[in-house]
Design a protein around this ligand. Structure first.
Ligand code: CTP
Length: 408
């Protein structure tokens, strides 16, 4: 098969392949960009595989960077773009089910394609668009099938993360998983425990952002992979709830964890504990907590002004995204309008700050300042007082005098 009208990314990279070939080596486009082009999906970057060894690639181009030279990858800089060129290789000694202990550079494309995970990822394309398909990857693309190259058991023993990749690609592309490949995943699902949780995290989030995340979760349950990701086996009813939802799409990882935490019924502390087990960033934990708080309020009585303020515009958008996924009915325009009408959108917009309170002799520097400012912020956000300095100074005096009287 020859692909006509290659996307621009390939056209731009063509001179790199031509340079390698004119020196007597072979060079091909490989991996996800070839797969996605055949499927008519947009591509982001192109990967190149070549029979030239890294030192030979470096001799052919003026500017190169050793991005992963021990694995055979050199970045070639050409007309302001960088292209990763990886020498054909075989991999061996995956003693830890993760990464090959040893890579051997080879001159044979066939051997290089043989070591790859799935048939749809084992296609190579010449610079003129001709596709080399040794494992019926093109048929599998047509049949919408994720199928391991060769013996699936061997592939998953080499790299257990590939089991998550299978589920991720199935969800992303709306493909099914070949029965032999699926049964090999069930046999080897326990090997997921050997994989760094950060790597599983990346695949899991991509899976949840795919077009069929419910199928991905179902596959994870059927194959028992779910037992080897942090704590999910404690929340099977929550997972079943997600699987039972109508089809949905999530846009980013905050939405993914918002949906999961809400469906699992987690409070802030539990969200933090679960996400720390997944080694999520603190920013993700905080965003998830805000989304879940907002969702709970939406369901209970609608969002109050303070929550609108605390959630902020961007996470409110994510909250709406998760609400849609959860089939919670919300007047999104109204929520965003109410946000737009908040008297202040962040603490810096408050007409008074700690310095002003000190200068006016209302308070001395100290922890009291923050507490009073929070109260002023809250009366402004709730529309009880105008956001102007004299009014807020006066209110600060009133709060303090009430408190002092109370103390006496
Ligand atoms: N565990 C892995 C990871 C990658 N690969 C091979 O390396 C290629 C590039 O991998 P990667 O960039 O991780 O994924 P893509 O397939 O390019 O997909 P995407 O860019 O959508 O993540 C894959 O196509 C596949 O041939 C593999 O065999 N086994």
């Amino acid at each position: 098969m020859k692909i006509q009208n290659l996307p621009n990314e390939f056209e731009m990279a063509r001179p790199v392949l031509q340079t390698i070939e004119s020196a007597g080596f072979e060079a091909y486009f490989v991996g996800g960009s070839v797969r996605d082009t055949i499927l008519g999906l947009p591509i982001h970057d192109v990967d190149i595989a070549a029979s030239a060894y890294p030192a030979e690639i470096k001799e052919l181009f003026k500017r190169t960077v050793d991005t992963g030279i021990e694995h055979g990858t050199v970045m070639v800089l050409d007309h302001g773009n960088g292209y990763e060129v990886t020498t054909f290789r075989t991999e061996s000694g995956y003693q830890d089910y993760r990464r090959p202990d040893q890579v051997t550079f080879i001159r044979s494309l066939d051997e290089d394609l043989k070591r790859r995970d799935f048939t749809i990822n084992a296609l190579a394309m010449r610079e003129d668009g001709e596709v080399i398909d040794l494992f019926n990857g093109l048929t599998d693309l047509k049949r919408r099938l994720i199928r391991a190259v060769g013996d699936a058991n061997v592939r998953f023993n080499e790299d257990a993360l590939r089991m998550m990749r299978a589920v991720r690609f199935a969800s992303k592309l709306d493909f099914s998983i070949d029965p032999d490949t699926m049964s090999a995943i069930t046999t080897h699902s326990h090997l997921l425990a050997k994989i760094a949780v950060e790597r599983i995290y990346t695949e899991f989030v991509k899976m949840m952002m795919g077009s069929k995340p419910r199928l991905g979760l179902q596959d994870m349950c059927n194959t028992k992979m779910i037992d080897y990701v942090p704590e999910f086996k404690n929340y099977l009813p929550g997972i079943k709830k997600i699987i039972a939802l109508p089809e949905f799409r999530l846009k980013n990882e905050f939405q993914v964890w918002g949906l999961i935490s809400f469906s699992f019924g987690l409070n802030h502390k539990q969200i933090s504990e679960l996400l720390k087990r997944w080694k999520a960033a603190n920013q993700t934990i905080e965003a998830t907590q805000k989304i879940v708080t907002a969702l709970r309020e939406l369901v209970a009585h609608g969002l109050n002004s303070m929550t609108l303020f605390n959630t902020g515009q961007s996470l409110l958008g994510d909250t709406m995204g998760v609400a849609r996924a959860l089939n919670i009915s919300v007047d999104e325009t109204k929520v965003m309008q109410r946000y737009d009408q908040l008297p202040i959108k962040n603490v810096h917009e408050l007409a008074i700050n700690g310095g002003d309170l000190i200068k006016a002799g209302v308070l001395k520097p100290g922890p009291e300042l923050g507490r009073i400012l929070k109260q002023l912020q809250s009366v402004v956000i709730n529309g009880e007082l105008n956001n102007d300095q004299p009014t807020l100074l006066e209110h600060a005096r009133v709060i303090l005098s009430h408190e002092r009287k109370g103390e006496i």
